[in-house]
Design a binder for this molecule. Sequence first.
Ligand code: ADP
Ligand code: ZN
Length: 428
Amino acid sequence: MKYRFFPTLSEEELREVQLQGLKWTVNHAYSGSKQYKQKLKAAGIEPQAISSLEDLQHLPFTTVEDLREGYPLPLLSVPEEEVVRIHASSGTTGKRKVLAYTQKDIDIFKLMLARCFELAGLTPLDRVQIAVGYGLWTAGAGFQLGCEYFGAMAIPIGPGNLDMQLQLLTDFQSTCLCSTASMALLMAEQVKKNNLLDKINLKKAIFGAEPHTPKMRKYIEETLNLEDTFDIPGMTEMYGPGTGLECKAHEGIHYWADLFIIEILDPSNLKPVAPGEVGEMVVTSLCKEAVPLIRYRTRDLTRFIPGKCSCGLNFPRHDRILGRSDDMFIFRGVNIYPGQIANVLEEFPELSSEYQIRLYRQQGLDFMEISVEQKENTSISENLPPRIEQKIKEKILVSAKVKIVPPLALPRSFGKSKRLLDERNGES
Ligand code: ADP
Ligand code: ZN
């Protein structure tokens, strides 16, 4: 299959593109940014000494602290007159990260998203309802740029405003929805409640910005009668959403290895994990001008998927973002990711996809309460909570109290859902 927005590169050619990009990036960062120069010098790196891709492993890491240190324009590596825009992260974890863009950066950003639309099988006749944040955030701008560049029709509504979302779905017959899975869930619930399925024409959805479970996805697909849905990863530091896309074969996420290099490292020693193992995704950009990234520690956890994809696209793959290391919480000495709890809940068909974990402290002891919604039109037996508690104990080795709440009882979100409420510092 011939793609419009993907280069055809043999493995050898891709490695050459990566090597040239790596050399350029290190040189550019060294000569353009005092902050980078100091870091590279301190690590004893002379940019001209980079001669192979193996040299990457000797470069120093860049972290979120480097971005915060240089606030408001961290790691800026071009003169300010070349900066045409800034974006900032949603600040899920701490202070806002601000990233600058040159015109070329914007062009690469739109190319990334155009690739996503192409891989999702859209055509110029698609109508794309873009229900993600506009403004400082990257998502709205990115989906919009990419959609226009790809040639489909952008419907730039932004998140929230459910009445208007439903109106646009029906009046404009949008065929593709771009949103968080949480927002798509809300829309699915509203479409169902208002009996609108016959009046809309939605065929595909692209979900990003947060992890979602298979159960959540299945509910959205079934309720909206979708042909296909796709997971889209990305982050403000790497232009925004669209660093890759799950393809139609659903065997992982293809990422744009001609634009950046991904390493997957063990966060405890920063060495590569064994092939196929989960680790922290570390990215090095290959042509990013305003804020190049050298071995940027994303804190996102995933693994490489080896081999060729059955869809035929010759770009490497990683698994879905399984969580971020910042999401980990320690409960009674056990390290836990919310995703592990979600995995246990997945096994119970009587439950919907929605859950919330509350940690609290009583008389010096930590407790965990998991509220989880009953699925609509199911009956719940009395022994369900203890059965779930038992499974959690078996799989995660902790005791939690499980509370089943009625369908739709938990809070919904227009953006990223908050799964964890840690109230342990509040009371004693
Ligand atoms: P932040 O949330 O750190 O303020 P961003 O708004 O740039 O910053 O969001 C990027 C982060 O969102 C990623 O680092 C990742 O943790 C999460 N994320 C983005 N897309 C996905 C996805 N498809 N699946 C899971 N997590 C995602
Ligand atoms: Zn594929």
